[in-house]
Design a protein around this ligand. Sequence first.
Ligand code: AMP
Length: 374
Amino acid sequence: MIILPGRTLGILGSGQLGRMLGIAAREMGYRVHVYSSELHSPAGAVADREFVGAYDDIQRVSDFARTVDVLTFEFENVAAECAAAAEAVTLVRPAGRVLHITQNRIREKSFLRDAGIPVTPFRPVYSADDLAGFTYPAVLKTAAFGYDGKGQQKVTSEAQARDVFASLPPQPLILEEFIPFRREVSVVAGRGVDGDFYHFGVMENAHANHILDVSRGPVAMEGAPVEIARQVFDALDAVGVMCVEFFETVTGEYLVNEIAPRTHNSGHLTIEACNISQFELQLRLVCGLPAPVPEYLVGAGAMANLLGDQWESGEPQWAAALAAGAKLHLYGKHEPRPGRKMGHLTALASHPDAAAKIVTEARRRLSNPTDSAV
Ligand code: AMP
């Protein structure tokens, strides 16, 4: 079924991903309804209607779903029962089943392994005895509700793993081998209702304190990560946009670390860098519309995140960053808390490294406007 402009797109979640999707949807003449736990959210500011409720309130989610023609996600921690309730009254893309698998690291990694997709070696941990006989160093993570490094800790021995386990409230955990990776890369891609596959190539992602700091791309337009991403979409029979994140090992293998069943921070640069953004691609695919093959307009792009820390010594010097050649995106969040994603800068160039240089210099100038040294 095709959902044409003029109809209503529903977004579960109301952060920056929902905001940028909402902007793309409004450009194409869709109405936008968002559902989240807060009013006056980044996405709510560009929506026609904001619904407030818990992500496990079946009745409210169902009432919300009734008001939209197609529903998608910008946030994956929505209760499976709510996604199912939404599916009973409207079109949900990607399906609740995809959300259910990807919102829990044990389900996600088991699914991928069983589909023959290379993943970080892992073991589910339900009791302290499950920590015995694993290869250390390892990373102990909560199975659910983890993001940006929250709910995870590196452990160098079984003894340390037992200490960490004992300090945590009882909950399912996952133990993963620590991968001494060469770099982290991601593939933001999409799949249509007919199974057609779209992708933006391979992005290289640098993190700081477990939070994405700078993305540059494409570092390759094809190769193993793209092929693995295609397999992931097919295995999940997913419709919409998702991001597959990888560790590139020192021996050049690609292991899937996780799947985000929605647009991703590493795809923000596509707004300026490509002929179609990840958000417009998400919109078109969930609405059953055709999309072009994603292409880079001038070769490459880079994105630098702006966290709340940037506001520590006052309002950042926006004019200085713009003068350095960056594009500015701010998400309309009022409180610049440390570690909170407030916005991002993007720059274009013929090579990803050149774009990354522009964007990091532009960000540096936010707090050093008159110092032009690189
Ligand atoms: P995650 O929440 O799983 O995306 O993890 C956040 C970050 O922690 C990743 O981007 C990596 O930098 C690091 N990390 C997570 N798992 C591992 C692992 N098994 N080996 C090495 N580094 C990891």
